[in-house]
Design a protein around this ligand. Sequence first.
Ligand SMILES: Nc1ncnc2c1ncn2[C@@H]1O[C@H](COP(=O)(O)OP(=O)(O)O)[C@@H](O)[C@H]1O
Ligand SMILES: O=c1ccn([C@@H]2O[C@H](COP(=O)(O)OP(=O)(O)O)[C@@H](O)[C@H]2O)c(=O)[nH]1
Length: 171
Amino acid sequence: MDRAQADYMGMLATVMNGLALHDAMRSAGMASRVQSALNIEQVVEPYIRAKAIRYLEQGRTVIFSGGTGNPFFTTDTAAALRGAEIGAEIVLKATKVDGIYSADPKKDPLAIRYDRISFDEAIAQNLAVMDATAFALCRDQKLPINVFSIFKKGALQRVTMGEHEGTLVYC
Ligand SMILES: Nc1ncnc2c1ncn2[C@@H]1O[C@H](COP(=O)(O)OP(=O)(O)O)[C@@H](O)[C@H]1O
Ligand SMILES: O=c1ccn([C@@H]2O[C@H](COP(=O)(O)OP(=O)(O)O)[C@@H](O)[C@H]2O)c(=O)[nH]1
């Protein structure tokens, strides 16, 4: 399939995921709002930065769906971009592995996990846990990244409490 076409389909999928997450949060009694980088206004409100910041000031969680709205980018880049736009303190990447390794741990059993790594080292070593655009944007905006496992019980809570978990990418 044509890459750009596949990417638009992928972005639409993230809108569906965002709506599902919103509903799960609502069931758990949490107030959230979904915004989308792609305009589908019957279903979800469009991304408007000032409105997102207002929701955050009101204590709501904002789910940024639809990626960046552009093909050839990733959800990691979308997280870095929106994080920079709202003045976030950190980007948290919950993923399939429990941190950043010296090589892809799914391919190299001898890979070692870093507790901390600088942006310059991560970019120089081409560590593929996140794409280079996301790394470079976070580095330029001095926005640290914490990579941790989505499967490890209690990991998300520890990260949000500021405890050490996974790998911290620092400036
Ligand atoms: N150096 C590395 N350290 C950790 N993971 C890596 C590394 N290089 C490649 N990966 C791979 O990156 C994947 C995580 O990125 P990705 O698939 O984009 O996650 P997600 O779908 O959660 O955004 C992991 O499953 C891992 O196999
Ligand atoms: O700014 C963006 C963000 C995402 N995507 C597409 O949407 C998919 C989203 O899929 P997913 O959230 O599973 O991300 P991934 O696993 O690729 O990190 C990506 O693969 C891309 O094809 C895109 O084109 N532009």
